[in-house]
Ligand binder design. Structure first.
Ligand code: AMP
Length: 588
């Protein structure tokens, strides 16, 4: 076995350690199964040293006994105070590194002496030097310092081909960095970087905290900010609400007995929608996108030169980030490696290369397909009310298991039922994707259009897809399980064939959709469009048909034309479907 070199992501908010063994990359978990060590160092009640979670937990209550974000001070000639004593930033970082070293030693059951450590691309020489020193203090020879975006690129591209230009968007708890990286053969190069080392997920939390504080103030006339204990709870509640909103469109923030007013307990119960939350953080997201453009032009490139976008850092789980990047670059950001762990993985790949390991690509269980439903919307074909716009819910390459919920609204007044159709595929026209299941939700309240229905898709490691739809107001729910959602069409012709045929014919069955029942006119319009497309296609394929088929085709064309003229929609549909069936077998 080659010598052991670990890879460490020494982060502002969290740190991780990873290793490559027999070509396989793994991020090492501590004795309690945690892979992320909060970058907090503290001194506990009885003078003991606290690293990670216990230090983070006491931070808001005992800031004088806790240090966070020491990474920001690396390279400065200062001392920080901890429980009355003074330490250099290197020493505090060394405490974190020592903890990671011991997690790794418990795992490999051997002493570990060497590490590759990552730093932000913008780190100066003195900051890099301070990082090396921290390693030495912790008993680790730092065999190489590598840039974080380089590590991220290595994690994704351990076995790449050709040349690629990659945008690495890294938004953590307290810092934002964006880099343009070029990777060619074994050379990974950071071409340009930009960022803001005072922007991150903590700012997002702060917006939710503000929202809660003003809500309580308006409702009860109390200022929560006066109590540190209460603010610690509000902070935690805000952060978990934020995380929940990455996977679902609404969250309820409930904190019982938050505070007392004249002897009466006050409970917090507040609903926050993703929509409201996105408005709160919009200014921050805009700022990151400006930085992205500065980095891209700093690399003498334009958006179209970027081949791939990698998301790094826990805050990139916020869906609007991926959506905005996709809108600006036309490239779907990669999501298959855990954004919190990919820098540590890349560091360990670099470590493995130095140690002489042959490193294979990072293995992850991901969904190879996108799953979603259909709703009324614009797909760029001039029809703003196209009834089968595909709305992806779980995206291709999401690590498994994954669970996502989206919100939909009924479009018709008094709509009492809704047909939920589930598709697999990428096309923005749902009918060009493969339908894998459908179910009807009945008994909705008779209310005006705009009744909120949430649809949840949960896909597990075995490829089982659970789908549920819920009327938010009443909790009325209906669900189905699709057993082999992933395997279903793998390698089978049917999926391709259906997609091809649907694409040719401009749509398949008409039916209900999630947001609304089709209004009859739109349905009829669809039937006409489809019928004309099928007739056109049939005429071009007549030559290929056998004598017998040709007669049938000509008969059906005539029937459809008569039915179109007579506006007999049922007959149009039946004849069109029969004709489409015949063509399907011709068009090979
Ligand atoms: P990092 O510094 O990369 O470890 O990122 C930590 C930040 O990611 C913190 O602000 C977390 O609150 C944030 N974060 C973690 N998970 C999520 C999530 N599911 N959605 C949004 N933010 C998240």
């Amino acid at each position: 076995m080659s010598e052991i070199i670990i890879g460490i992501d020494l982060g502002t908010t969290n740190s991780e350690v990873a290793i490559v063994e027999n070509g396989i990359v793994s991020v090492i978990a501590d004795g309690e199964g945690r892979k992320m060590l909060p970058s907090f160092v503290g001194i506990g009640e009885s003078g003991e040293i606290l690293v990670g979670e216990p230090a983070r937990n006491q931070y808001i209550l005992y800031p004088e006994r806790t240090i966070k974000s020491i990474k920001r001070r690396m390279g400065e000639d200062i001392q920080v105070e901890l429980a009355g004593k003074h330490y250099s930033p290197q020493e505090i970082s060394a405490v974190i590194l020592k903890q990671l070293k011991s997690v790794a030693e418990d795992y490999v059951k051997k002493p570990v002496h060497k590490a590759v450590i990552t730093v932000p691309a913008y780190f100066s020489d003195s900051q890099r030097q301070a990082t090396r020193e921290a390693g030495e203090i912790a008993g680790l020879e730092v065999v190489r310092i590598i840039n974080e975006p380089t590590a991220a690129a290595l994690a994704y591209e351990a076995r790449h081909e050709g040349r690629k230009r990659i945008l690495v968007y890294d938004l953590g708890g307290g810092t934002f960095d964006v880099s343009v990286v070029s990777i060619e053969d074994d050379v990974v190069e950071v071409l340009a970087s930009h960022g803001n080392n005072k922007l991150g997920g903590d700012d997002f939390d702060a917006k939710i905290v503000q929202h809660i504080v003003s809500h309580i103030h308006e409702k009860h006339g109390i200022d929560l900010a006066e109590s540190r204990h209460v603010m610690a709870r509000v902070n935690r509640a805000a952060e978990s609400a934020k995380r929940a909103l990455s996977d679902q469109p609404f969250v309820r923030i409930d904190e019982e007995y938050l505070i007392e007013k004249e002897g009466t307990p006050i409970h917090l119960s507040l609903e926050l929608s993703r929509y409201e939350y996105e408005a709160m953080i919009a200014e921050y997201i805009d700022e990151t996108l400006e930085a992205v453009h500065i980095a891209v032009s700093g690399a003498n490139m334009t958006a179209s030169d970027i081949d791939e976008i990698l998301l790094v850092g826990g805050s990139t789980r916020t869906p609007v980030i991926g959506e905005r990047l996709f809108a600006e670059f036309g490239v779907e950001p990669q999501r298959n490696i855990d954004p919190d762990l990919c820098v540590a993985m890349g560091a360990s790949i670099q470590a493995g290369i130095i140690a002489g390991e042959s490193v294979s690509a990072v293995l992850v269980d991901v969904t190879p397909y996108t799953y979603g439903t259909s709703a009324i919307g614009d797909i760029g074909n001039g029809d703003y009310y196209y009834p089968f716009k595909y709305v992806p819910i779980i995206r291709k390459n999401s690590p498994l298991p994954v669970s996502k919920t989206e919100a939909f609204y009924t479009a018709a007044d008094g709509q009492e039922e809704v047909l939920v159709r589930i598709f697999q595929g990428e096309d923005q026209d749902a009918l060009n994707n493969i339908e894998i299941g459908e179910f009807l939700v009945k008994g909705l309240r008779k209310v005006p259009a705009g009744n909120l229905i949430t649809i949840k898709l949960a896909l597990d490691l075995n490829g089982i897809l659970h789908v549920s739809a819920q009327e938010k107001e009443t909790g009325l729910e209906k669900s189905i399980t699709i057993n082999n959602a992933i395997a279903r069409f793998e390698g089978m012709e049917i999926g391709h064939a259906q997609a091809r045929v649907n694409a040719l014919f401009g749509g398949a069955d008409t039916g209900d959709w999630v947001e609304a029942q089709a209004d009859t006119e739109a349905e009829e319009h669809q039937a006409q469009v489809k019928a004309r497309a099928v007739v056109d296609k049939a005429q071009t394929l007549l030559e290929k048909a056998s004598h017998e088929d040709r007669e049938d085709i000509i008969d059906l064309i005539e029937q459809i034309k008569d039915n179109l003229a007579g506006e007999d929609f049922e007959a149009i549909e039946t004849a069109t479907n029969r004709l489409a069936d015949i063509l399907y077998y011709l068009d090979v």
